[in-house]
Design a protein around this ligand. Structure first.
Ligand code: GAR
Length: 203
């Protein structure tokens, strides 16, 4: 009989390269204790949705505007996750802040990847390229990525994994973003997913 795997949902808003890293790690056997069974996007045109479809994963688009506000949006997402008995929720480039109602409901089950070494360049307003612009403005020589649990404070939950990446002379935000993704995000996010799924199976 096939071994029972943790059920993973990935929440996305954009390109979905982190989602792809998870799907690739699954295929390569790096993630073996969990399986992505659902991808939810809050943007209708997110390329991440296409990546999910190509991998044969169920997709769902939940738009805040169509739900009629933040509360209804979060209720719709929560319902979809609960109906499918999701064990682990991964925010991978999900550009929406979740309220305490949502983070409490799934406490200890939501993780996020952030493109800096928290507590630097994080919190409200720091997302995507803005994080790398801020790092370059400050002139740091080392940056990186962090995987952390999600609570009601933006980027404020317990740190699970971090990886440092060098800033190089002549870096643009785009070049730095790519290096941080390649050297850090796409590595530590799948590792964290496997570690947490394996732990869940033991519980
Ligand atoms: C990634 O760099 C991710 O860390 C970042 O957005 C990008 C999404 O790329 N997330 C945040 O800034 C969240 N605060 P992707 O859609 O290709 O995975």
């Amino acid at each position: 009989m096939a071994e029972k795997k943790a059920r993973v949902a990935v929440l996305v808003s954009g390109g979905g390269t982190n989602l792809q890293a998870i799907l690739d790690a699954q295929r390569a056997g790096v993630i073996r204790s969990g399986e992505v069974v659902l991808v939810i996007s809050n943007k209708a045109d997110a390329y991440a949705l296409e990546r999910a479809r190509l991998a044969g994963v169920e997709t769902l688009t939940v738009l805040r505007g169509e739900c009629g506000g933040q509360e209804a949006f979060e209720r719709a997402v929560a319902q979809a996750l609960e109906e499918r008995q999701i064990d682990l929720i991964v925010l991978a480039g999900f550009m929406a802040i979740l309220s305490r109602w949502f983070t409490d409901r799934f406490a200890g089950k939501i993780i996020n990847v952030h493109p800096s070494l928290i507590p630097s360049f994080c919190g409200a307003g720091f997302y995507g390229l803005r994080v790398h612009e801020a790092a370059l403005r400050k002139g740091v020589k080392v940056t990186g990525a962090t995987v952390h649990f999600v609570n009601e404070i933006p980027d404020g939950g317990e740190i699970i994994m971090q990886k440092a990446v060098r800033v190089l002379p002549g870096d643009t935000p785009e070049r730095l973003q790519k290096r941080v993704m390649r050297q850090a995000e796409w590595k530590i996010l799948p590792q964290a997913v496997e570690t947490l799924c394996a732990r869940m199976k033991e519980e």
